[in-house]
Design a protein around this ligand. Structure first.
Ligand code: BES
Ligand code: MN
Ligand code: ZN
Length: 493
């Protein structure tokens, strides 16, 4: 779907107009009400529509109106109209029109006080809501396919909005990429093919390096390598660099868990627990990749590093066994008591490598790390762990603004003790309680002194059903927007 900005609705066949609380019509809605001789108020009354945020009512073929359809969107309080509301409204409109038969929508925001940045966010909302993953559906009936091809934001500030969109469109592209990577099944997207896709990103100006098992063995990355031993695909470490900042300035680094399929390994998961979802256990790596694509696409004035550890966790004669002791790149030894706690093993070496080689000013990892995080937070927040209050506050604020909220969780010595091992430096599971926290403590043992945050995105990386219109079925691409905003607010020169 194409988004555009214009000062007029052009030949749109669907007009989208806002209505505020208590049926308070926006200027565009008021005009349509007049032109249609009161059709809007009749429709609102007939469908218990009050203008509360999230409500929609669709009026087809209204007399006196050029378009075939008028979609009214509840926008809540008139004084609360900001970028977030506009983004959600555009997303709700897109969702409602996507397969409706309408081909070109015009969101009528003229004569409303909306900043150009917020107008650009309307386009972002529309783009996020229009995402589909249909490539394997060869028999989808025509009438179930999207009809909506264009979405125009109508405002007298169209020109300024278009300029703002230049900075946001690459973010939408990054989210799309993260979602695509997530949605691909594990027979198609495995460590080798994922790494190849990353290599292709060099066309956007990223410097991409791929390390294979031989190089990782030389580096002593046996925590990561141990996880991939049961797979017939080669494990990979991908390093993506974006050098848009001052030469020599310390980079911000992002590290992602890229378990392309997590069967649990020899501690195999219960097959009836929807093991198929574990094709998405590379959600952290997908977000890092999408983010790097976004930073490059908008020519961000920052030096950024993305490192993703790509493996498959499979049972096999060669697979790592419960009780194995592995030596990580940091030289710390790990007793692998449960092969299903594999994400932290991958991240241990990926985090160490990143710090060892790049000495980042800040380091942030993303991982679908623990089922316990889903139990704790449900689908509405990702878990945030940090060794630095400023970084935690920045991430919390960025998450709120970007629509990807996080909730801070505790770290501390008493939790750290829970992963001490009797035979090695640490064990990879801490027992039945505080599972997300002991996983984070494990990661912290591989963090040197830079400000560090860990985002446990198990709750948010995919959702079987979301009431947020910006989130399509399943993969959300969670992480691209919050981190892009964090970078643009605090790390660009
Ligand atoms: N990838 C899973 C975590 C997960 C579970 C993500 C459900 C999304 C939804 C991770 O590798 C895992 O298996 N974790 C175990 C840890 C346990 C063995 C200590 C878990 O959460 O059960
Ligand atoms: Mn696992
Ligand atoms: Zn996993």
């Amino acid at each position: 779907m194409e988004t555009s900005f214009s000062t007029s609705a052009g030949d749109a066949d669907a007009y989208v107009a806002l209505v505020f609380e208590d049926n308070d019509l926006s200027p565009a809605a008021a005009e349509l009400e007049k032109a249609s001789d009161g059709a809007l108020s009749r429709a609102m009354k007939a469908s218990r529509f009050t203008g509360a945020s999230g409500q929609t009512v669709s009026i087809v073929a209204p007399a006196g109106v050029e378009a075939d359809r008028v979609l009214l969107l509840g926008a809540g309080g008139r004084d609360k109209l900001d970028g977030d509301v506009v983004e959600r409204c555009a997303a709700a409109a897109t969702r409602s029109l996507l397969t409706s038969g309408a081909t070109n929508a015009a969101l009528l925001l003229d004569d409303l006080e909306v900043e150009p940045v917020s107008l650009a966010r309307a386009a972002l909302g529309a783009r996020l809501a229009s995402y589909r993953f249909d490539k394997y559906r060869t028999k989808l009936a025509d009438k179930k396919k999207p009809s909506l091809a264009g979405f125009t934001i109508v405002s007298d500030r169209a020109r300024a909005a278009k300029n703002q969109w230049k900075k946001l469109e690459p973010v939408a592209d990054g989210v799309d990429l993260a979602r695509d990577l997530m949605n691909e099944p594990a027979n198609i997207l495995h460590p080798e093919s994922f790494a190849e896709i990353c290599e292709g990103l060099s066309e956007h100006g990223l410097e991409v390096e791929v390390l294979g098992e031989e190089r990782m063995t030389e580096l002593g990355m046996h925590a990561l390598l141990g996880v991939g031993r049961g797979s017939d695909k080669e494990s990979k470490l991908v390093i993506m660099r974006w050098s848009g900042g001052e030469e020599g300035a310390r980079p911000i680094a992002f590290v992602g868990k890229g378990v392309c399929f997590d069967s649990g390994g020899l501690n195999v998961k219960y097959p009836w627990n929807n093991m198929a979802e574990m094709k998405g256990d590379m959600g952290g790596a997908a977000a890092v990749t999408g983010l790097m694509r976004a930073l490059a696409g908008r020519d961000a004035k920052v030096n950024a590093i993305g490192v993703i550890g790509l493996v498959e966790n499979m049972p096999d004669a060669a697979a790592q066994k419960p009780g194995d002791i592995v030596t990580s790149m940091s030289k710390q030894t790990i007793e692998v008591l449960n092969t299903d706690a594999e994400g932290r093993l991958v991240l241990a070496d990926a985090l160490w490598y990143t710090q060892d080689r790049f000495n980042p000013r800040t380091i942030i990892d993303l991982a679908t790390l623990t089922g316990a995080m889903v139990v704790a937070l449900g689908p509405h927040h990702a878990g945030l762990f940090a060794n630095d209050d400023t970084l935690a506050e920045r991430l919390t604020a960025a998450g709120k603004w970007a629509g990807e909220p996080v909730w801070r969780m505790p770290l501390g010595a008493s939790y750290d003790k829970m992963i001490d091992s009797d035979v090695a430096d640490m064990k990879n599971v801490g027992g039945p309680s505080a599972g997300s926290i002991t996983a984070a403590q494990f990661l912290q043992r591989f963090v040197k002194d830079a400000p560090w945050a860990h985002l446990d995105i198990a709750p948010t990386a995919w959702k079987s059903k979301s009431d947020d219109p910006r989130e399509p079925h399943w993969a959300t691409g969670w992480g691209v927007r919050i981190l892009n905003l964090l970078v643009s607010k605090h790390y660009e020169s």
